[in-house]
Design a binder for this molecule. Sequence first.
Ligand code: HEC
Length: 123
Amino acid sequence: MYPRLFASLILIGILTSCGAEAPFHRGASGTDPFVNPNACPGGGNPATALTEDYYNSNLNSIISRDCASCHSWTYSTAKAQATAGDLSSKFYTKPAGTGHAGGTKWAAGSTELDAVKSWICGS
Ligand code: HEC
């Protein structure tokens, strides 16, 4: 009788203390592990992404300057390497150096890579 009551009290103690410490800490905003790091800031605006006008005005000249020694990108071949709203697109990750035989052409935070980001994310 008493041993069983004693065991029950211990069990209740264990059960109620579970969860007292929050096992899943949400970090400060920006470090939240559940936020997809490849998502465009604010979700972007895929409806206005990957336009030819933007490519011609902002990307064509830097691509000719920095990529043409190895690639002959056109609007349509570049667009085929990008998905609107998705910064895991090859046209964003490769020039930034991720798994790119051509190395890091445009570092994170450079105006060139930011221009590609704007193209992929829309505005
Ligand atoms: C020194 C040569 C070189 C330069 C310069 C270069 N690349 Fe590359 N790139 C490669 C090679 C080689 C590959 C194929 C192997 C690979 O995926 O890394 C490649 C692959 C890619 C791919 C993937 C293509 C596919 O079909 O999967 C993209 C996108 C890309 N490069 C973008 C760029 C951009 C944008 C630039 C300019 C900012 C650039 N590269 C500059 C050599 C280069």
